[in-house]
Write a protein that binds this ligand. Structure first.
Ligand code: GLY
Length: 355
């Protein structure tokens, strides 16, 4: 059992993140004890419901089951959750518990941030991506027809409960999608300004087989490292005014690939990896990294067997990147590698980008 703590400097806001590998049936009492008698509803992914509803023990009438898939993160489901919360008589003092991957966490978090102007929410991430990235840091959102995550809020959970055993039943593709965000953390580690010197790149190189074999203790260590890095960034810059932008490493190009392929052909993590490879290549061409670091980075990525995504039409990709909410009107922002485990933010005029 391990407890990490988010302690945001500017607000100030505090919440614990519990990481353990106990039996999943202990989760119910852990959460109930934490809620101290508050009323609650549970928003749970359909897959997780089918696999774990009986073990989890939450009363069926308190569960809102959400179909899986990015397209479920929409305004219709958002209002359905609010209606469910109203029907369940949740007051401002109560809580929404999100059990699932990033889609459930983002959607339930957004509902919690607006229900009666904000109620408690608890994240129980069940995918590697949610355990290592999206469950911590308070980004909540829904998608619209104009794009992904265009409506949302920064709203921190009251607590995060990570039980690594959920990962045992995670399918291979979703597991590797999470590894996309994990390798991101390795490449940005030094820029996260974390007090601990974790050397995640080394850890990934040395433990790649154990990770791919889903060795539970190795995964618990891996999750702790990623969360320590995320906490360090979020504590300093909750609202992404500066430092937090580095968490978007690989995402400018990655989001464009997701959009161009209609959010259906590749997973988020696969697209992030294609964005990281794009950034490595771009940084090398611009003389920001040397051949050795390019090789080392590509070698690390090759250990996790990500699919190769083909290059897309340059103009189409640039137009999509321009529409990205993080882009300024006249330039595109890229996070590029500059040295070992270090990245910096650069702004480019669209016609100066070399693919
Ligand atoms: N997933 C990126 C962030 O939380 O800022």
């Amino acid at each position: 059992m391990c407890k990490l703590e988010v302690n945001i400097q500017s607000s100030p806001k505090y919440y614990p993140i519990f990481i353990n590998n106990r039996d999943i049936n202990t989760l119910y009492s852990e959460i109930l004890e934490y809620l101290e008698g508050k009323n609650y509803i549970v928003v749970i992914s359909k897959k997780v419901y089918q696999l774990y509803a009986n073990i989890l023990n939450f009363p069926k009438e308190k569960m809102f089951v959400l179909k899986d898939g990015e397209k479920e993160k929409n305004i219709k489901n958002y209002t359905r959750i609010l209606d469910f919360a109203l029907k369940s008589h949740l007051t401002r003092n109560d809580a929404i518990i999100a059990i699932g991957g990033g889609v459930v966490g983002d959607l339930a978090g957004f509902a919690a941030s607006t229900y009666m102007r904000g109620i408690n929410y608890i994240q129980v991430p069940t995918t590697l991506l949610a355990c290592t990235d999206s469950s911590v840091g308070g980004k909540t959102a829904i998608n619209t027809v104009y794009g992904k995550n265009l409506v949302g809020s920064f709203y921190q959970p009251s607590a995060v409960f990570i039980n690594v055993n959920f990962l045992k039943t995670l399918d291979k593709r979703q597991f590797k999608s999470g590894m996309g965000e994990v390798v991101k953390y390795a490449f940005i580690e030094k820029s996260c300004q974390c007090d601990d010197d974790l050397n995640l790149m080394n850890f990934l190189n040395e433990n790649s087989q154990k990770i791919m074999d889903k060795d539970i203790l190795t995964l618990a260590d891996l999750i702790k490292m990623c969360i320590k890095l995320k906490i360090s960034v979020v504590n300093q810059d909750e609202k992404e005014k500066g430092l937090r932008k580095i968490l978007n490493y690989g995402h400018t190009y990655g989001h464009a690939v997701e959009t161009i392929t209609n959010f259906s052909k590749y997973t988020h993590g696969e697209c992030v990896v294609s964005g990281i490879l794009f950034a490595i290549n771009m940084a090398f061409k611009m003389g920001k990294i040397d051949k050795e670091y390019k090789f080392l980075s590509e070698d690390l990525i090759s250990k996790f067997d990500f699919p190769r995504i083909p290059q897309f039409d340059k103009n189409k990709i640039i137009n999509i990147m321009r529409a990205d909410k993080k882009a300024g009107s006249d330039y595109l922002t890229f996070i590029l590698p500059t040295s070992y485990a270090q990245v910096e933010t650069f702004k480019f005029e669209p016609d100066k980008i070399s693919f």
